[in-house]
Design a binder for this molecule. Sequence first.
Ligand code: PMP
Length: 387
Amino acid sequence: MSPIKFNERLSKIPEGVLHKYLELATDPSILSLSVGEPDFPTPFHIRQAAIDSIQLGKTFYTPSRGLLSLRKEISSILSRKHHLEYDPVNEIIVTVGASQALEAAFITLLNPGDEVIIITPAYITYVPIIVMCGATIVPVVTSADNGFKLTPEALNAAITDKTKLLVLNYPSNPTGGVMTHEDYEAIAKILRLKEIVVISDEIYSELTYGVTHASIAQCDGMREKTILINGFSKAYAMTGWRLGYMCSTPEIIKNISIYHSNAILCPQTISQFAGIEALKNGDEDIHHMREEYDMRRRLVIDRLNKMGLPCATPLGAFYAFPDIRSSGLSSMDFCSALLQSKKVAVIPGNAFGAAGEGYIRFSYSYSLQHIQEALDRMEAFMNELKK
Ligand code: PMP
């Protein structure tokens, strides 16, 4: 057989390094800080709701947009927590994790040649999907100096008449940066005058420390231009359940539904029952996990700064993004040397785009004991480098 001709766009996807580091995370001899996944098991009452649904034989397909009862809970939590109103019938789709919401949004909206602005350092999966759609990435570089926020000046400089989408992700993976309502107002002022759709990936909305989560959809005139994406993985420690959702206008949701319903038929039924329980009764779980992450965050930032790796204080998510330039090493070399000499895995900042060069991503979604041991080894590594 002659070689299979794969989709030519595949070859345009930049070769990621994340893959290698995620693989290392499964090696028991390596102390890994590379995965962005809660170390907590899914709270018991949420697991029980799924077990109940199985025992009751609720194992059939659901509507492709998800169970209406789940969409009603999503609508109510967005109203209660973020003062955003979305109609459960026409404005919400339940998805297979936030990941599938992102994929469905990109596929539905993008045509070859469209430009998509992403804020870098950026979450790794945006680029490959956008590339598969034949669209062009326009990276906007953010910096530690202002907490990795998007500024109106940087946004203005990136917009052209081909700009179709702006992808926002605050709290940010990998930087832990957040945007306040005032920050978004300045951005909205520009966007209100443009035909640009915003994809706002708010998967870390429950993980902010000392600040209230803000959404660009809360700014006047922006709800109509925004696709808000969220999910259960981070807030409720439900990564393996693969459950997320997206909210927007009836027009946008109707169009995304055309693709979504054909692509997946419906999201996992059992997970949806677990999701209803999470939204109804999960506030205390979130509170408990957030307190724990916050405590780890303070320890990590304090120790990284003390060992000579300056780190802007992350106000959200569960990542620290320290500056490693004082080591004299590139991000890749730093991570390779740390791995080799101390068996600690962190992710090179440039895995999140060129703007991440000179940084590493340290995930503190690990137990305190694990984090402390990793920090001790990193400190020893830094001391050896200084000699
Ligand atoms: N967006 C961001 C910024 C993420 O960090 C992740 C998970 N790492 C996702 C989306 C995907 O989340 P899910 O598990 O809901 O697919």
